[in-house]
Design a protein around this ligand. Structure first.
Ligand code: GLC
Length: 799
């Protein structure tokens, strides 16, 4: 008989030689002599799934990450046996399985290596908890770089890093803090101009090592569960990211107001303070769409209650704010105060909805309200109950968005800052301990919240924001990067974290602009707003215990500059909304790191300062104090400096001036950028005309502009319009063609077209193929503008 102690010393275990395999409709099953089973599922021409069972038996196949509606299906599959390997050919790549030890290799059709196992799958038995530590190691290629993994506050390129995923409340985290609020066990490898992705769908604590321990090896492992991962072949990073996002799901379109500017603080109360803040925004004509209520709006921090002393009539207040163009967003945490006079607590107790410790008692922990119990959001019945708790807050009072926080879950004053491992969860009918459910607890809370807000806000769209999340959580909620600090280093981190989240399937993300902890200088605040207006989610938030963080707090200069940038965001809303539409339709990140934008250019592989919003705007935040400019890498192609309108040829780094009132910003040549007039909040104005900025290019470029009614679900019935603009520039001509699809027609009638960079003097104008007098289009020579019907099809300018 083997004792546990003897086994403990055995260390890693490995699959042995192949006993047999069989192929049945896209699933290829391998069994080894020592009983290891490997199931390979062909999901798409560019995606395979690998599952290993060390005892030959798989547990129930269940995942919170995978979108049940994910599109899959492949066009070609051939399985053939060679002397040493079994080969799986899809239309796009080949997977080889070694017969003597089950090691895998992925190859392009011409044989080029994409990714090969080093030790491949191995495992170690976990005597303490049962089950296995499941491990995988892969060889890395020369010059290989790594990207992805959600919100990790470290270098954008992950090469040389070791990272783990265990959702953690990290107040004032720092650079390289290993564990943060979210778990996105998905990374992208890039070498030889080939990008591929690995998604390790395992909710236990997971670990990734990118050539940190050994120079040519990457590995990933989990403290339990199955070795269950998806391999996605590019070769473009865009293919990898969009395939991953298809697999784990895309959100619905947010209401446009959610892309406006949001103001938050811990906490604005009482009502008079909230009103004072919103009134000041309007008085200063500083655009703002949402105001947040942090925990102090509640009665003793009891979720779904109001402090009636501070907020005597929330329904009236919310309505008044709404009439002034402000949506109210309220925080809801998971901890429910232990209080038998509190309905929410009583209901959950009576229905047995709270998490329990292994031996039966409830999981008790301290959060803001004091001692709390915590709903088990992994139980569908609990999620249903939670959803209906929003009836009053959303349906009756009229709050428009919900902010879920502390859902890692965070517990105060205990080691580990969270639940102990033994806490039990339903896990949708797959009962387990907290070791397995920890990383998806926050996601399931946000999911239940999403369903509630959606139900009671219908037919308007819901807005949810969460701190903790897991892969796939983007289907339900937006996110922010948690409790950052008002330092220049955190501004740098914010830039990297949002780029990382965007290529990790979670585009709807932002940071606490200005920093949550501590107090920014006016300069830091200004630089952060300048960057933040280009992030998908744009909210100022602070803990408020070190001074104020409203834009007027820092004096007139800061107010003037930040206002100008927030106005720019409001002008760009149609452009940003279009970028968002591409994200929800195709999983294309809202903003793109340079390596995503042009992976062929190796200069981009180690850059993280610059990013591209949508397809045509290059942003390079200023991340240092006291500078008048900085060096910027301009991607290949010609770009116009947004401020000077001067074109520059990219593919190189150059110094760009950026005194405090500007930030390096470039527009790609040939772009058509739609602009709304400046508004104080979304849909404030009924305007007659909007502007299209057309940037001349010698050659062709296509841009698009998506529009709908900014809220509601009619867009799903075809009530949207997608305008595609093709710009063709020649030496002495520029042609702008429009193709429109969709049934929606906005209320304005005209586009003011403003040309930039035309290298000739405009002599003749052909409108819809007719030679016309430019005056008919109110041509303004100095401004280089013309006014055309919004449904025009062709404007042809000749020099
Ligand atoms: C957490 C959140 C922060 C919030 C505070 C009070 O620290 O991350 O955003 O303001 O709790 O609710």
């Amino acid at each position: 008989m083997i004792t546990n102690t003897e086994l403990e010393h055995k260390g890693n275990l490995y699959p042995t030689a192949l006993l047999s395999y069989e192929h049945d409709q896209g699933k290829i099953n391998f069994i080894t002599n020592n009983g290891v089973r490997l199931e390979i599922t062909v999901l798409r021409d560019n995606m395979l799934r690998f599952r290993y069972a060390t005892t030959g038996i798989f547990s129930n196949d269940f995942s919170y990450a995978i979108d049940p509606n994910q599109p899959h299906g492949f066009s070609q599959l051939k399985v053939e046996e060679e002397e040493t390997h079994v080969l799986i050919h899809t239309e796009k790549f080949i997977c080889k399985v070694a017969k003597d030890d089950l090691r895998l290799g992925m190859y392009e059709l011409d044989g080029t290596v994409i990714l090969e196992d080093e030790l491949g799958f191995h495992w170690e038995e976990s005597f303490h908890f049962g089950g296995n530590f499941v491990k995988m190691s892969k060889s890395s290629q020369d010059q290989e770089n790594f990207f992805g993994l959600g919100d990790k506050p470290t270098n954008f390129n992950l090469k040389g890093k070791r990272i783990s995923n265990w959702n953690t409340d990290q107040y004032a985290f720092g650079k390289d803090t290993a564990e943060l609020y979210k778990t996105v066990p998905f990374y992208i490898g890039l070498h030889s101009n080939i990008a591929y992705g690995v998604f390790f769908d395992n909710t236990f604590k997971t670990h990734f090592d990118f050539c940190h321990e050994r120079r040519n090896v990457t590995s990933f492992w989990a403290d339990g569960g199955e070795m269950n991962y998806y391999f996605i072949y590019g070769p473009q990073m865009a293919d990898v990211v969009t395939t991953y996002t298809d697999l784990t799901g895309k959100p619905e379109l947010p209401p446009m107001w959610a892309l406006g500017f949001h103001q938050c603080k811990w906490s604005y109360y009482p009502e008079s303070k909230v009103k004072e803040i919103t009134a000041k925004f309007r008085e200063l004509q500083f655009p703002c769409d949402a105001i947040y209520l942090d925990i102090d709006y509640m009665e003793g921090f009891r979720c779904f209650t109001w402090n009636k002393e501070f907020f005597p009539d929330p329904k009236r207040m919310v309505a008044e704010l709404e009439a002034d163009g402000f949506k109210t967003v309220a925080i809801i945490d998971p901890g429910i105060k232990i209080d038998l006079n509190y309905d929410v607590f009583k209901e959950a107790l009576e229905n047995d909805y709270f998490c329990r410790r292994a031996d039966g008692p409830y999981m008790r922990g301290k959060v803001w309200p004091g001692e709390c119990y915590f709903p088990d959001f992994t139980n569908p019945e609990v999620r249903d109950w939670w959803k209906d708790l929003y009836r009053e807050l959303i349906g009756d009072i009229g709050v428009k968005g919900v902010w879920n926080d502390m859902n890692e879950p965070a517990v105060m004053e205990v080691p580990g800052k969270t639940f102990p491992f033994d806490v039990r969860h339903d896990y949708d009918g797959n009962p387990c301990s907290h070791r397995k459910a920890h990383n998806i607890y926050g996601m399931q809370m946000a999911r239940a919240t999403y369903e509630g807000v959606k139900k009671y806000n219908f037919p308007k769209r819901p807005f949810i924001i969460t701190r903790a999340n897991y892969s796939g959580g983007q289907r339900y909620t937006s996110t922010w990067t948690g409790d950052n600090v008002a330092t220049w280093e955190h501004l740098w981190l914010a830039n990297v974290q949002i780029q990382r989240l965007c290529i990790s399937g979670m585009s709807f993300a932002g940071t606490d602009i200005g920093g949550f902890a501590e107090q920014p200088s006016g300069e830091l605040y200004t630089r952060w707003v300048q960057m933040g207006v280009f992030h998908p989610f744009c909210r100022v938030h602070s803990s408020g215990d070190h001074g104020e963080q409203e834009p007027w707090f820092f004096g007139d200069e800061v107010l003037g500059i930040t206002k100008k940038f927030v106005e720019l965001r409001y002008q760009l809303l149609p452009y940003l909304y279009t970028a968002f539409y591409r994200y929800i339709q195709e999983g294309i990140p809202f903003l793109k790191p340079l390596v995503y934008f042009d992976q062929n250019d190796v200069q981009t592989h180690h850059r993280s300062d610059e990013f591209i919003v949508g397809n045509h705007i290059l942003v390079c935040p200023i991340q240092e104090p006291n500078v008048q400019g900085r060096r910027v890498y301009i991607p290949k192609g010609t770009w116009y400096n947004y401020w000077t309108k001067k074109p520059v040829v990219g593919g190189k780094e150059m110094f760009v001036e950026a005194p405090l009132e500007t930030m390096p910003l470039f527009i790609k040549e040939g772009a058509v950028i739609p602009n709304y007039p400046i508004q104080q909040f979304v849909d404030e104005l009924d305007f007659e005309e909007m502007t299209l900025h057309v940037y001349y290019k010698l050659g062709k470029e296509t841009s698009e502009f998506f529009e709908d009614s900014h809220d509601g679900y009619e867009y799903r019935q075809g009530q949207f319009s997608m305008r595609s603009f093709k710009v063709t520039g020649k030496e002495d001509e520029i042609i702008v063609q429009q193709h429109k699809s969709g049934k929606y027609s906005a209320s304005y009638t005209n586009f003011k077209i403003k040309f930039h960079g035309i290298p000739f003097r405009i002599k003749r104008v052909f409108f819809e193929n007719e030679d016309i007098n430019p005056e008919e289009l109110q041509f303004d020579v100095d401004e280089q503008t013309m006014i055309v019907d919004k449904d025009f099809s062709e404007l042809h300018i000749v020099g």
